[in-house]
Ligand binder design. Structure first.
Ligand SMILES: Nc1nc2c(ncn2[C@@H]2O[C@H](COP(=O)(O)OP(=O)(O)O)[C@@H](O)[C@H]2O)c(=O)[nH]1
Ligand SMILES: [Mg+2]
Length: 197
């Protein structure tokens, strides 16, 4: 069992230039506004208020950096977790939206991100915007993990259908905690097993 032994807020940045330099593997969490990025960070780290979760779409325009340590037996896994502003904002102007999206792409292009966790609302699994971003991420990295959130909102049959259709993805509920231990395991495997040399 993987335990969370450390989870700290490091810094918020509104521009890439303000981002901290990291010497440890970096995991980026992306997804549309309100999909559950902050909640997933809180579940992953078992810290309820670490990332601020809000009901107002598009509120988080900052890039937030956290440092996390997991431990399993005698192995300690330290990495940086980045909460990125959501894509597809509902309540901002087109110009503002374009600016943020450009900034987001610039950020992704500049960092050495070891794993992209892309969150998708399990109730709306086939949105064009999500497909577009996932496709883009695959062009820049072969470490892209799609994760479906809010599975507590699905009927059992919908859950099984989604799972059968997306065998390489994870399905989680931040409300119930389902799938979160699996997500920790995937993070460790992605960062510290396959890439180790
Ligand atoms: N039912 C349910 N609600 C969730 C889940 N994850 C997040 N939420 C809720 O969805 C809203 C947006 O979550 P948040 O983490 O702020 O999304 P973000 O904008 O992507 O950071 C909040 O009201 C959360 O409580 C989940 O797995 N299940
Ligand atoms: Mg958020």
């Amino acid at each position: 069992m993987i335990r969370v032994v450390e989870a700290n807020f490091v810094k918020s940045a509104s521009k890439i230039e303000q981002s901290p330099t990291v010497e440890i593997p970096e995991v980026a969490i992306l997804g549309r506004s309100n999909v559950g990025k902050s909640s997933t960070i809180n579940s992953l780290t078992e810290r309820k208020g670490l990332a601020k979760s809000s009901n107002t779409p598009g509120k988080t325009k900052l890039i937030n950096f956290f440092q996390v340590a997991f431990q399993e037996d005698d192995n300690k896994y330290i990495f940086s977790l980045v909460d990125l502003p959501g894509v597809g904002y509902a309540k901002v102007s087109k110009t503002q939206k374009k600016e943020w999206e450009a900034e987001l792409l610039r950020f992704i292009g500049k960092r050495k991100i070891s794993l992209f966790i892309y969150l998708i609302d399990s109730r709306h699994p086939d949105l064009e915007i999500d497909k577009g971003v996932v496709e883009y991420l695959h062009t820049i990295s072969d470490m892209v993990l799609p994760v479906y959130t809010k599975t507590d909102k699905l009927k059992k049959s919908e859950f099984h259908k989604l799972k059968a259709k997306n065998r390489d993805s994870l399905l989680i509920s931040n409300q119930k905690g389902d799938g979160v231990a699996d997500l920790r395991k995937r993070v460790v495997e992605s960062l510290f097993t396959e890439n180790e040399n």
